[in-house]
Design a protein around this ligand. Structure first.
Ligand code: PLP
Length: 375
């Protein structure tokens, strides 16, 4: 099996597993417990918080552990709905974990601006500024898109948000631990991340909330996470996520270069060897591991199934839209011709993929498509 779907999820790093194991087996105490074993669990939690904070250039007390990207995004958007008739600026290509909470707020009488993107999926910061109203309470723009890999102009948007004194949140689920992020430098007030996108376990993530921003908890209970996010902490998961993050940060440059070389190799070969193909997303401002390709008059989900029969895992759009068989809303937002849009697949690499795997994938892809197009 050749795994080319690393934007959907990643395997847990062996090192992270080893670091997690003690918290399942011997060090299983509740971190709120008053005895020594509990204190050790609490210590592991706080060390993790420090390490995550270090990667973002923020303070440990600005990190709140959650169950992942979806929870962190819901927490953020829900906060904005507390004031009646408040206004949120977001984009048409955000993940459903932003769009669906926004939709619910809209139904409850709040106002949402969904910004358009250009043909490469980039948001124009000028449009963000033009959309600000007197009741705007939140700007939420993703750091990088999960389907097309486009990296958004976060620094420029952060500057605008700060100038107007509006909270700026970024969904960094696809970007954190893949590209450097400095929340202070980029004027980011809130940031969502998820462990399973960078070789940590599933069901664990965090929300960074800048000191001074007071948002009500999404989940109430025993008062963990300084009263902001109740529920017994997922100590093993948090430790695993943190260790995976540390490895990624240590090897970031090397990993980026390896993936980027493979990515560009695929892009060049597809465009030069497969007729009626196109690459989606911004070529320059792009995650190192993303290849989103469209083929004229093909059906993405069908192509994914045929590649699966050849032992290759990839997806048509995001994992969430993979099974629905419609053109994805992200691809639609790029305004590319629909006879191309429907025939889209997403390849997302890891630095562990090999040249042999990539050549095998390209060989199978060309074989399937040449039978279809008869070229
Ligand atoms: N945001 C983005 C951009 C994503 O790609 C995903 C997952 O695919 C999420 C949020 C949701 O994260 P999680 O799977 O941790 O709930």
């Amino acid at each position: 099996m050749i795994y080319l779907d690393n934007a959907a999820t990643t395997p847990v790093s062996e090192y992270a597993i080893q670091k997690m194991l003690p918290f399942f087996e011997k060090e299983y105490a509740n971190p709120s417990a008053a005895y020594e074993m509990g204190e050790r669990a609490k210590y592991a939690l706080e060390e993790s918080r420090k390490k995550i904070a270090y990667t973002l250039n923020c303070m440990p007390q600005e990190i709140y552990f959650t169950s992942g990207g979806t929870e962190s995004n819901n927490w953020t958007v829900n906060y904005a709905g507390i004031k009646p008739k408040s206004h949120i600026i977001t984009s048409k290509i955000e993940h459903h974990a932003i769009l669906n909470p926004c939709k619910r707020l809209e139904e409850a009488g709040n106002e949402i601006t969904y910004l358009e993107v250009d043909e490469n999926g980039r948001i124009n910061p000028k449009h963000v500024e033009e959309s600000i109203r007197s009741n705007t309470v939140l700007i939420s723009i993703m750091t990088a898109n999960n389907e097309i890999g486009t990296i958004e102009p976060i620094e420029e948007i952060g500057k605008i948000a700060r100038k107007h004194n509006i909270i700026f949140h970024t969904d960094a689920v696809q970007a954190y631990a893949h590209i450097p992020i400095n929340v202070r430098k980029s004027n980011i007030d809130m940031l969502s991340a998820s462990g399973h996108k960078f070789n940590g376990p599933k069901g664990v993530g965090f929300l960074y909330i800048r000191n001074g921003i007071k948002i009500p908890p999404l989940i109430l209970g025993g008062g963990q996470e300084r009263g902001e996010r109740s529920g017994t902490e997922n100590v093993a998961g948090i430790v695993g996520m943190t260790e995976a993050s540390m490895i990624n940060h240590k090897n970031m440059k090397e990993k980026f270069t390896k993936e980027k070389n493979m990515r560009d190799y695929i892009i060049n070969r597809v465009l030069s060897e497969i007729p009626d193909s196109r690459i989606n997303g911004d070529i320059k401002n792009r995650l190192s591991n993303n290849v989103s390709i469209s083929f004229k008059n093909m059906e993405g989900p069908g192509l994914v199934k045929m590649l699966n029969m050849a032992g290759i895992c990839c997806s048509a759009g995001s994992a969430c839209s993979a099974k629905k068989g419609e053109m994805s809303y992200v691809i639609k937002a790029l305004n590319i011709p629909s006879d191309y849009g429907r025939g889209t697949i997403r390849i997302t690499l890891s630095e562990k993929n090999t040249k042999e795997e990539i050549d095998y994938f390209l060989w199978q892809l060309k074989k399937i498509l040449s039978e279809f197009y008869r070229y």
